[in-house]
Design a binder for this molecule. Structure first.
Ligand SMILES: [Zn+2]
Ligand SMILES: [Zn+2]
Length: 398
């Protein structure tokens, strides 16, 4: 029967050693990570991955709810009782064409490995360890949808690890929203009657020119990028329709809102100049910026250092994208550390990164990440005062 008590430092060191040796014996974890790697599934279609992960958790004593938040490939698996509730988040979606080029096969395997190893501490102290399976990180911000549907409401802490090229205890991630744009013009013979046409492609090209001009005068951390998905049918027909997909990113929500309006002004200006009619739609979900919890990051870094990895608290470079973990981190104190699985020149979302996610360094990264996550769970469950500090920092930083 679990009891509420605080561990002394000797107990804690012993528990951490047990967690490490237990993860080391679980050879099935590398097999699971490689099996998910060789069966890549796109967002919301991660049927095999979610089945294999939930089976593994069930076999290891977790109670599993599948299809939570009305998302068939989302799940929650829990072990233990009462507070605190510590969640480890699992991503398992792949990228079109590239497969597991973001290494999510390692994220989900590290999550289940860490959770199963953390049973030791949940048995000894009061508390619950959960794995929350979060589909469709890459394309549809699955966690943003799950935030809206209440999946993270009763948590005290949410953690996950992402593979990358540097060991870092925090992630910088921008607020981000995508936009679909269409221009409607009028087709005409491009040589015989050009004066009768309204050129929807030119409206799109002018929009790109206006956005490129705007880019000179935005904050250096903001990003605007897009593609043309329809630019007309034939060179001798004035294009009556054009379409494009764009993404706008900024370091905070306020600046994102400001930038969104400026970007729309570029399209409105191009519509006025060309005479084409503009229609646009912002994506329903938006990625929130990552709100890293310093106390959690510190704990994780110490545990990684214990495993012989040199961990920076924050990334030194200017390289950052967006993640739906940002949305969770705005609601619950959280971290998303990065574990290195490839040298710095390997780019995420590349075929080389996909190979790294199935390499020896990838598997080593998975095992170290799982150990450090489980060791952090030990710190948190055995020391309720640390959780209090984490939560105070979370409130103060808001
Ligand atoms: Zn990615
Ligand atoms: Zn990713």
């Amino acid at each position: 029967m679990p009891i509420q008590k605080t561990g002394d430092s000797l107990d804690i060191e012993k528990l951490k050693s047990s967690v490490i040796s237990q993860i080391d014996t679980r050879h099935e974890l590398s097999e699971l990570a490689l099996r998910i790697h060789s069966n890549p599934e796109l967002g919301f279609h991660e049927t095999k991955a979610s089945t294999w992960l939930t089976q593994y958790l069930e076999e290891n004593g977790f109670s599993v709810e599948r299809g939570i938040c009305e998302l068939p490939t989302a799940f929650r698996a829990s072990y233990g009782k009462g507070k605190p509730v510590i969640a480890i988040l699992a991503e398992y979606d792949a990228l079109p064409e590239l497969g597991h080029a973001c290494g999510h096969n390692l994220i989900c395997t590290a999550a289940v490995a860490a959770a199963v190893a953390s049973k030791l501490v949940a048995d000894q102290f009061a508390g619950t360890v959960s794995v929350i399976g979060t589909p469709a990180e890459e394309l549809y911000a699955g966690k943003a949808i799950m935030v809206n549907r209440g999946a993270f409401n009763n948590l005290d802490i949410a953690m996950m690890v992402h593979p990358g090229t540097h060991d870092t205890a925090t992630t910088r991630a921008l607020a981000c929203q995508s936009l679909e744009v269409e221009f409607f013009g009028k087709s005409a013979h491009a040589a015989a009657r050009p004066e009768a046409g309204i050129n929807a492609l030119e409206a799109m090209l002018q929009s790109f020119a206006a956005i490129n001009s705007l880019r000179q005068h935005i904050k250096s951390t903001a990003r605007i990028h897009g593609i043309i998905t329809d630019g007309g049918e034939a060179a001798n027909v004035v294009p009556a329709h054009s379409a494009g997909s764009f993404i706008v990113r900024a370091e905070d929500d306020t600046y994102l809102d400001e930038l969104k309006q400026k970007v729309i002004n570029c399209f409105v200006g191009a519509a006025t100049a060309s005479g084409a009619r503009l229609e646009y739609k912002w994506a329903d979900v938006r990625y929130a910026p990552m709100y890293n919890n310093p106390a959690l990051a510190q704990l994780f870094a110490q545990n990684m250092q214990h495993l012989g990895r040199q961990v920076q608290l924050a990334s030194q470079g200017q390289s950052f994208g967006s993640t739906d973990m940002g949305n969770v981190s705005q609601l619950v104190p959280g971290i998303q550390p990065i574990v290195a699985i490839a040298p710095p020149e390997v780019l995420s979302h590349s075929p080389q990164f996909a190979s790294a996610a199935a390499s020896e360094a990838g598997i080593k990264g998975l095992f170290d990440a799982a150990k450090a996550l489980a060791m952090t769970v030990v710190d948190l469950i055995a020391n309720p005062e640390i959780i209090t500090r984490v939560q105070e920092e979370f409130r103060q930083g808001k």
